[in-house]
Design a protein around this ligand. Structure first.
Ligand SMILES: [Cu+2]
Length: 315
């Protein structure tokens, strides 16, 4: 591993063992691109000024049409640059392919538009991720619906999350702090909502399993799940929230209305439970079945109870 610091301070902090090498290659490419752009443009401008025709009938200053030596040079130099970039990139990507045997096993399942994130051994998902500093972590990646991509810029890792296919990524965090996980594959309307905080913590903090620490009241937990399960992307919580994609949660408990088959519904406890667990069972008139399905690993019955307790406060 080489030690390379971002000379312009334009990149995210280097928070994994992959970052320094990645940044060195990034700046090599940047400088080579700027250098060749300046060289070509400079020669072009110089030639245009130096040898342009001064009068319409001025004869050409030179009748040279071909220079083999020059052509060999301008073919060889880019070829060497391409080979260097390929070799550098290849060498850099190799260690990213195989996770060390002692990696902690995480799991991330993407859906429109959020993430279910599982810590090692956990059967219940959490909304954010905690990693221990200097410990390798492997994340298994699956999608419930469409293409997404697991992207943590501070770790310099990005991997496609493909429906029907298991992908994985690994890294070793080297810097304490909070970073951001993004979806890097445009996946629909609320794609930009697919951001989550990832924490790099010391061993003592990690041992306390902070991902199991939830708000104390049912209403507090309900609001937490509302944000973490990405309900927030479509359902507003104010009386005047937009209701184009999905109904607002304001005053939802006890609300009456019509379903797509014109039957009547009342949003009581049972109706809300069913609609959160199995969103396509009943569709409110005028809406599309867009909401993801939440199985009990993603959202337990207790979690749903918390959400309903919180919904009752929205009025
Ligand atoms: Cu996505």
């Amino acid at each position: 591993m080489i030690a390379f610091q971002d000379p312009l301070g334009q990149l995210p902090p280097q928070a994994s063992t992959f970052a320094a090498d990645h940044d060195a290659l990034f700046y090599f490419l940047t400088w080579v691109s700027i250098g060749s752009f300046a060289l070509v443009l400079g020669l072009l401008v110089y030639s245009a000024v130096r040898w342009h025709r001064k009068t319409p009938d001025q004869p050409a200053a030179s009748d040279v049409t071909h220079n083999t030596r020059l052509e060999v040079i301008w073919t060889l130099i880019p070829a060497v640059v391409v080979i260097v970039v390929f070799a550098w990139g290849f060498r850099g990507i190799q260690p990213q392919q195989i996770a060390p045997a002692d990696s902690r096993q995480y799991r991330a399942e993407a859906f429109t538009w959020g993430w279910d994130l599982y810590h090692p051994g956990a059967t219940q998902s959490s909304g954010e991720l905690w990693f221990e500093i200097d410990k390798p972590a492997r994340v298994q990646l699956t999608s419930r619906d469409v293409l997404h991509a697991f992207y943590i810029p501070a770790f310099r890792i990005k991997r496609d999350v493909v429906p029907g296919f298991r992908n994985q990524v690994w890294f070793q965090p080297t810097r304490l702090g909070d970073y951001t996980l993004y979806c890097a594959e445009y996946c629909g309307d609320q794609h930009s909502q697919m951001r989550r905080v990832v924490h790099v913590v010391d061993a003592a903090t990690y041992a306390k399993e902070p991902w199991n620490v939830l708000p104390e009241t049912p209403e507090g937990r309900g609001e937490y799940f509302y944000r973490m399960k990405a309900c927030v992307g479509c359902h507003g919580i104010a009386a005047d929230s937009p209701t184009v994609i999905a109904p607002t949660f304001f005053g939802i408990f006890g609300r009456k209305g019509r379903l797509s088959d014109d039957s009547e519904y009342t949003a009581d406890e049972a109706y809300l439970r069913e609609s959160i667990r199995n969103s396509t069972a009943k569709i409110v008139k005028g809406y599309q079945p867009l909401m993801p399905i939440f199985d009990p690993n993603s959202l337990s019955d207790d979690n749903i109870g918390d959400i309903i307790a919180w919904m009752k406060t929205l009025k």
